[in-house]
Write a protein that binds this ligand. Structure first.
Ligand SMILES: [Zn+2]
Length: 285
């Protein structure tokens, strides 16, 4: 799933290509991806693209006073096309195409979504705040000050892993970067957020900004098609179960849940303790 650094890079990529261009056609292919009806997507046609930005993991394309807001969800992606086929795309079946935007002149982009679990969401609104997921967003982790961050985190009784991923606490951190941030902060994902000392909160704040800025920096200037591979290369523990921790050499471990998993390094983060994995212990019974 694209998180803050990838969406940030994607919005920079689009800004260069879309700003000042006129929308010629918007064609929803997977109707379920379209979450708003009024104004209709056709209202974008003939309007000029202004600012392109990011709100948490949402892409926000301003088009002549309206906003095309996109959440790529787990398996969604944006594919830039220098030229688009003339014939209309065929919906249904295995077609991953969810929405096509054609620009006047030449080119445009496709929003695609792989897999059967569909989560990609497209909104056309007068104000991005009308999108429920955007209205709920907490502060941006690249902009939040330490005092505000510490108050948010230390006021929360959940495990820190869940707190970091909660979009209403911080906007833009997901499963991958929360693993990375906790590894950089040498902190257990199970640590209760409200138990953090001032010093630990400061370490986490440093790790949050450092990890995300580094990832944004690495992604800068990359084309949309290159971002996913770049993200994978930059990760130290996430998705690396069984591989050596690049910091200490210990084996990266995993805890699985119903629909996700987390990775961590015992030596760096839990004082060498291996966290219980319910799936694994079920297998061993
Ligand atoms: Zn380690």
């Amino acid at each position: 799933m694209p998180e803050l650094p990838e969406v940030e890079a994607l919005s920079a990529f689009l800004r260069q290509r879309l700003t000042g261009r006129v929308i010629a056609e918007v064609r929803p292919v997977a109707i379920s991806a379209l979450k708003t009806y009024d104004p209709p997507v056709t209202a974008l046609v003939g309007r000029v693209v202004g600012a392109v930005g990011r709100r948490g993991k949402f892409l926000d394309v301003e088009v002549g006073g309206l906003h095309l807001v996109v959440h790529l969800a787990r398996a969604g992606w944006l594919r830039w096309r220098d030229s688009l086929p003339v014939e209309p795309p065929r919906p249904g079946g295995r077609n991953p195409l969810a929405l096509r935007v054609r620009l006047e002149g030449e080119g445009g982009f496709d929003l695609t979504e792989a897999g059967t679990k569909k989560g990609l969401a497209v909104y056309v609104v007068g104000d991005p705040g009308e999108v429920p997921g955007v209205a709920r967003l907490g502060p941006d982790p690249l902009e939040v000050g330490f005092e505000e961050f510490a108050a948010l985190v230390r006021g929360d009784r959940r495990r820190i892993k869940g707190v970091l991923r909660d979009q209403s606490v911080l906007a833009g951190v997901g499963n991958a970067y929360s693993d990375e941030v906790l590894h950089a902060a040498r902190m257990s994902p199970y640590k209760v957020a409200s138990s953090l000392t001032e010093e630990e909160a400061a370490r986490l704040y440093e790790a949050l900004g450092g990890t995300l800025r580094e990832a944004v920096e690495r992604s800068r200037g990359l084309a949309a098609g290159e971002l996913k591979a770049e993200k994978k290369l930059g990760l130290r523990v996430h998705g690396r179960t069984g591989q050596p921790c690049p910091v200490c050499g210990d084996t990266v471990r995993e805890v699985s849940f119903a629909d996700s998993s987390l990775q961590y390094c015992p030596t760096c983060q839990t004082g060498g303790k291996v966290l219980a994995d319910r799936r694994l212990s079920r297998l061993l019974k």
